[in-house]
Write a protein that binds this ligand. Structure first.
Ligand SMILES: C[S@@+](CC[C@H](N)C(=O)[O-])C[C@H]1O[C@@H](n2cnc3c(N)ncnc32)[C@H](O)[C@@H]1O
Length: 227
């Protein structure tokens, strides 16, 4: 089992290049839920290669920025047109941003790598504006119980990344204790839209839906004055 910082330094180069059904499923679910971004400051928390930052800027965010702990993931993000100058190295447990900065924060596939969940929740709350939107996604905890692992291929080796295991209720509780309201919680399975990715990986069949959800997505709003 490899610590996440070391793992992402190895995975960075291929992270965006190899089609990933888990990321595709998350994008299919989250993209239609995003509010109009035109007047918003949008932050990509643990942005990795800048997947969501790129999308949010393309969808017209007034300002966008991202940070991540991994220099190698950020190096990949900097290669994307439009992201240079918007990226910083930083830890989500001490977010390198001022208080009340974000109208929208994307926290995608991070929480499983965080050892101090209450501290992440405090930091997310600190950087959000009142009524700001937070989207948080990760692998579904039940997928792990069904034998799914956080792995990637590096050269000829399959590497498993060490992670923390929180229930969705624990994550929601940590955020509500810091002033977030849960708006929506979705626990989707793979569908026809992801079939071609599984086929490209040499798998004939989609994972059986009856086995349960692959990921979860939670939409929160920071409590505060309604405008
Ligand atoms: C699965 S990747 C997700 C990247 C991106 N959010 C996405 O969804 O494509 C997890 C990311 O979390 C980052 N990460 C792990 N622990 C972190 C921490 N404490 N602070 C900031 N980033 C962290 C890793 O470097 C990696 O880029």
């Amino acid at each position: 089992m490899m610590p996440s910082l070391e793992a992402y330094s190895l995975w960075a180069e291929t992270y965006d290049r190899i089609p990933n059904p888990v990321l595709a499923l998350e994008e299919r679910i989250v993209a239609p839920l995003l509010p109009a971004l035109e007047r918003m400051v949008a932050l990509d928390i643990a942005c990795g290669t800048g997947r969501w930052l790129d999308r949010m800027l393309q969808r017209g965010a007034a300002f966008g920025a991202g940070f991540d702990l991994s220099g190698e993931m950020l190096e990949q993000a900097r290669r994307k047109p439009g992201l240079r100058g918007r990226l910083a190295r930083g830890d989500c447990e001490a977010i390198p941003l001022g208080c009340g900065t974000a109208d929208l924060a994307m926290c995608s596939f991070l929480v499983g790598y965080v050892s101090n969940l209450p501290q992440l929740a405090r930091e997310l709350s600190r950087i959000m504006r009142e009524r700001g939107h937070l989207f948080l996604s990760d692998f579904h905890p039940s997928a792990r119980q069904r034998g799914w692992k956080r792995t990637f291929r590096h050269k000829e080796t399959i590497i498993e990344i060490s992670s923390s295991h929180y229930s969705i209720d624990e994550i929601c509780l940590a955020l509500t204790l810091e002033g977030f309201e849960l708006v929506n919680r979705i626990e989707p399975c793979f569908g026809e839209a992801e079939r071609h990715i599984f086929e490209a990986c040499g798998r004939e069949h989609l994972p059986d839906e009856s086995l349960g959800p692959a990921i979860f997505v939670c939409h929160f709003r920071k409590s505060g004055k309604l405008t």
